[in-house]
Design a protein around this ligand. Structure first.
Ligand SMILES: Cc1ncc(COP(=O)(O)O)c(C=O)c1O
Length: 392
């Protein structure tokens, strides 16, 4: 009989191979967090160029103060599910503030963005119904689909024509179809063609859910994401997002105008069977949410940094993603090459994410950088210079 971990032999072999060229990859521990853009790893001070801290709010003094105050007043944890003893007044207030911010009637807060996707996708559609999802959607979306019982069909990434072809074939099925796309895709930072997707959805009477995890705070005049930027918010039935990126905390949400959204609270296992967010998280997130539209200068700075890095890497002839965005990814055919550059950057004091297949689109290996409004000009120049020295 096989031993219980034998099925991971291929994975273990890949790990052994990679460890030969960059053992530090598997031992990244942030020994000291200096700020939202700097930390110490293996005794070395590095610039964080791989976090999703787009607006730099994880170190904002008002957000920190709000977190501390909430912890002092309400304790370190709720020690219970939203359905039992875990709904504090802060959870309810945040839901109202999210609904107001998005101009929607209803909002539900979840413990993480991952849980938000599990909850909505496993509950809103079920057996006999259909989810049509962009092939490059995040793992949490795939897992949510798996947890429910709906039939899952993928359409080609960012291809509204392929989506329409599939909707046309489904017309005779006479069942609910939920289309799922993301605002900015997490690996390459490209936008969904949302106006086209909304037009197709309306033509075929489908529903649309957009995960704005990476676009909240990043796109739109008020930071509401791609739907705001594209002027199609009315065409999106469910917006899902996370607190773990622009809002600088951890948690997830769904907003919708659907009058029955609250039924998810009773029918969804990922809502019912997990503890609710701690008061400090709710406190800092409520403060960060206020900054989304009140501090547009953060978004301007973020885009200045994003354009700078994208153009610099393009100028180095690297295979960057299709459009400038705060996520600046470089594609490599060979993981060894991506690994060597990742290592070279780390030696120069720059940390970016190394993402290997199958977590990447098209089987490429990716060096995924991401920038923050909090990166200073000096830090941005150091990141650019480090890339120049490492890739040439
Ligand atoms: C598109 C997308 N959705 C959901 C999530 C999950 O968010 P969280 O980290 O809050 O669980 C992520 C996380 O990276 C993501 O990229």
């Amino acid at each position: 009989m096989m031993a219980i971990f034998d099925k991971f032999q291929a994975l273990a072999e890949t790990r052994r191979e990679l460890e030969k060229s960059a053992s530090s990859f598997f031992n990244i521990v942030w020994e000291e967090i200096i700020s939202g853009t700097e930390a110490v790893v293996n005794g070395r001070r590095v610039i964080l160029a791989g976090s999703n801290n787009y607006l730099g709010l994880s170190f904002d003094s008002d957000c920190i103060e709000a977190a501390c105050q909430a912890a002092r007043q309400e304790g370190t944890g709720t020690t219970g599910s939203r359905m039992a003893n875990g709904t504090f007044s802060g959870h309810v207030a945040l839901e109202k503030e999210l609904a107001d911010y998005f101009g929607r009637q209803r909002a539900i807060v979840f413990s993480t963005g991952y849980v938000a996707n599990l909850a909505i996708l496993s509950t809103v559609v079920g057996p006999g119904e259909i989810i049509l999802l962009d092939a490059d959607c995040h793992a949490s979306i795939y897992d949510g689909c798996r947890l429910g019982g709906a039939e899952v069909i993928r359409f080609r990434h960012n291809d509204a024509e392929d989506l329409e072809k599939r909707l046309r074939r489904l017309e005779k099925r006479n069942t609910n179809v939920l289309i799922v796309a993301e605002g900015l895709y997490s690996m390459l930072g490209d936008r969904a063609p949302l106006a086209d997707i909304v037009a197709v959805k309306q033509k075929y009477g489908a529903y649309l859910m957009v995960d704005e995890a990476h676009s909240l705070g990043v796109l739109g005049d008020n930071g509401r994401g791609l739907a705001e930027e594209a002027g199609v918010e009315d065409g999106v039935d469910f917006v899902v997002g996370t607190f773990s990126k622009s809002l600088g905390a951890i948690g997830g949400f769904c907003v919708s105008n659907h009058p029955e959204l609250d039924l998810v609270r009773y029918a969804s296992r990922p809502y019912v069977f997990t503890a609710s967010s701690s008061p400090s998280i709710i406190g800092s997130t409520r403060q960060a949410l206020k900054f989304m539209s009140a501090r547009p200068e953060l978004r301007r700075q973020l885009w200045e940094n994003a354009n700078l890095l994208y153009q610099h890497l393009q100028g180095l002839d690297l295979d960057v993603g299709p459009e400038p965005s705060p996520i600046v990814a470089v594609r490599y055919d060979k993981k060894e090459e991506a690994f060597a550059i990742w290592n070279g950057l780390l030696e120069r004091g720059v940390y970016v994410n190394l993402v290997l297949p199958p977590a990447t689109p098209d089987g490429n290996s990716l060096l995924r950088s991401s920038v923050s409004a909090a990166h200073t000009r000096q830090q941005m120049e150091h990141i650019c210079k480090s890339f120049s020295e490492t890739v040439t």
